[in-house]
Design a binder for this molecule. Structure first.
Ligand SMILES: Cc1cc2nc3c(=O)[nH]c(=O)nc-3n(C[C@H](O)[C@H](O)[C@H](O)COP(=O)(O)O)c2cc1C
Length: 130
């Protein structure tokens, strides 16, 4: 999992795909936090992306950096504990202008049953599961 976290942080922006019915939806995301050994992302309950994840938690992430692209597929699980939300906000002080751990909007999810694959044009795909 560490290699995935490192890659996502260095890429800075990744693209999170969800599904809404039979329609894929994708958007840029940046939050990545390790809490209790799991990879977390953050969003707001008011967003369409949140509603899509709650309806169908199977998602895929794509990021690209230095000729390598990462595809991370898995199931997101909401962690409704305050300490999980606060850990994310501590990792991203800039988010604290928009969110707080108790605002009823901020939410964090961790990846379960994750398969991450690193690709490039010059090497065989490398698969990491966590
Ligand atoms: C570089 C970048 C990083 C972003 N990171 C996040 C993030 O980690 N979490 C989040 O909820 N929104 C993030 N956003 C904003 C979402 O992309 C935006 O709210 C998007 O419209 C949400 O998807 P939706 O419209 O399907 O709900 C980011 C935007 C940019 C440009």
């Amino acid at each position: 999992m560490e290699s995935v976290v490192k890659f996502l942080k260095e890429a800075d922006t990744y693209y999170l795909a969800t599904v809404e019915g039979d329609q894929p939806r994708v958007r840029p995301f940046g939050t990545v936090n390790v809490f209790e050994g799991r990879l977390y992302i953050q969003t707001g309950k008011v967003k369409a992306v949140s509603k899509q994840i709650h309806a169908n938690p199977k998602v895929e992430v794509c990021a690209f950096k230095d000729g390598i692209w990462l595809r991370l597929a898995g199931t997101l699980v909401e962690d409704d504990r305050r300490e999980a939300r606060q850990s994310m906000l501590d990792a991203y002080p800039t988010l604290q202008g928009m969110y707080s751990a108790d605002d009823g909007n901020s939410e964090v999810f961790y990846f379960k049953d994750a398969t991450a694959t690193f690709y490039s044009f010059t090497m065989e795909p490398k698969v990491v599961t966590f």
